[in-house]
Design a protein around this ligand. Sequence first.
Ligand code: PLP
Length: 361
Amino acid sequence: MSRVYNFSAGPSMLPESVLKKASAEMLDYEGSGQSVMEMSHRSKVYDAIIKGAESTLRQVMGIPDNYKVLFLQGGASSQFAAVPMNLMTKSHKADYVLSGQFSTKAYKEGSRYGDCKAVASSKEDNFSHIPSLDQNEFRPDADYFHICLNNTIYGTVWNELPDTGEVPLVADISSCILSRPINVSKFGLLYAGAQKNVAPAGLTIVIVREDLLGEPQEGTPTMFNYKVMAENESMYNTPPCWPIYICKLVLEWIRDEIGGLEKMEERNVRKAQVLYDFLDSSKLFKGCAAPDSRSIMNATFVTGDPDLDAKFVKESTAAGFVNLKGHRSVGGMRASIYNAMPPEGVASLVDFMRKFEAENA
Ligand code: PLP
């Protein structure tokens, strides 16, 4: 069977060269006589893998030395709790912007650990754009200010970061990590589930400024304690060994085959442009996100007729374009076009949409 173009919001496609390399190394990783899945995380051979993953992440993202990189488990959803447990320790206040379902979940979870304030929301417009901000709503004594940089379900992205002054900016970057360069020094903390742009599910990356690593709130489980995880170089317990190994291969793919994050961004912008240009000229399909908030990772669109949407999803699946059904809260379709989606995948999808339009408009 030939491979399909998988437009899933995550877990999603991985670069073919990464899959081939992992497969070639499956039975005997670098002469160790075993696969990465089978080896001790305390072995010398695995130590080189986890250290290599971290150093390549630092190199590719340009992470300053005063930031710690943590390889954790529990998904981005665990960070909805871990962030307040570790950072909401002074004023016990935190500001949140509600730009979609995940940021709302983060806000609700955070509210269990302190005084969280929703300083802006675009819920009334079904999160079709990044909310406009009123700086007077921001609390200067908040322990942090939380945003979700790319809203996977709605297909929106922050193009300009909020100015939070001295208050550390915390961002969920699950669906845009490694999609383009990011100025890490503008953030106090970044976190991401790996299963979209980095690796298979099971790995969560946290990048945190060292001075924010203090004593967490009382009762914080050891596994959620950033300081403990940092002191143990993400090896307090058994780390997600296999996803960390794939993460290393994906980073090497970005660095060596793509040519770094600037090139990755150029490729992603070109891909997204092909799809958005078609949506803007289509007589049948219409993009859901406000043009100034459009994500280059997730594009949401509808025909306006739920039956026709369902027909499109059915026919596109049969043609080898899978997982295009939109999230239930938006309906319609969503094409997640993460890093590993080849440009030909998007071009072929647009050809298919054009044909569908001709037959159904
Ligand atoms: N945040 C964002 C932006 C997401 O897209 C997702 C999952 O799709 C999550 C958080 C939840 O991540 P996880 O399933 O790793 O907990």
